[in-house]
Design a protein around this ligand. Structure first.
Ligand SMILES: CC(C)(COP(=O)(O)OP(=O)(O)OC[C@H]1O[C@@H](n2cnc3c(N)ncnc32)[C@H](O)[C@@H]1OP(=O)(O)O)[C@@H](O)C(=O)NCCC(=O)NCCS
Length: 168
């Protein structure tokens, strides 16, 4: 069994990735497939959660992935992730995705998507394990925690209702 690590401040788990988009990731119109953006966001959430828990995590759920703008071949996509909330064995990671044309380093990053991932810390046998507590550092961290609690309540209520409708 893996012992729970010490508590972590929000800044400890912050991770940013940057990837240049290639034609292999695009459709015929030159826009990047949404799935590629989801994969990048998931990789970011995986890095954030692994750093926070100091071990292996899996993606349990993904919701509210909103695509706000198209991403094009040649854009540099930047992802920014951090832990928003922690429970007993799960945590929510928020990921913001921005794109910038590779030919213009002065261009401000355009907010193209955001997503919220539920990650679960696991032991080597795949069973859930306890996660370190999260030390909130800023007012924004407190706001994200409150909003993550609302999303969790909705997720769990939806799951309960569906299971109830199936007679479980
Ligand atoms: C995620 C997984 C470990 C959960 O296992 P489980 O036996 O259902 O565990 P539990 O029911 O105790 O749930 C563990 C935690 O996850 C949370 N959770 C699980 N599914 C969830 C969902 N759909 N939405 C929100 N939270 C969820 C639970 O609320 C609990 O949180 P808490 O301990 O902080 O209160 C298991 O379902 C699994 O291994 N799934 C596959 C993950 C994977 O392979 N992902 C990659 C995609 S290919």
């Amino acid at each position: 069994m893996t012992a729970p690590a010490e508590n972590r401040p929000t800044s400890y788990g912050q991770v940013s990735l940057a990837v240049i988009m290639r034609s292999a990731e695009a459709n015929l119109a030159g826009n990047i497939h949404g799935g590629e953006i989801v994969k990048l966001a998931d990789s970011t959430a995986g890095a954030v959660s692994a750093r926070h828990v100091g071990g292996q995590t899996v993606t349990a759920a993904l919701d509210e992935m909103a695509f706000l703008q198209p991403v094009h071949v040649g854009d540099i996509v930047h992802t920014y992730g951090q832990v928003n909330w922690v429970g007993r064995t799960s945590l929510e990671v928020g990921v913001r995705i921005e794109a910038q044309p590779h030919s213009d380093p002065t261009a401000a990053g355009l907010h193209v998507a955001s997503a919220y991932f539920v990650m679960v810390a696991i032991h080597a046998d795949g069973s859930p394990r306890e996660v370190p507590q999260l030390l909130l550092e800023t007012e924004t961290d407190h706001r994200r925690w409150r909003e993550a609690e609302i999303r969790r309540a909705h997720r769990l209520a939806k799951r309960e209702e569906i299971l109830r409708s199936r007679g479980h």
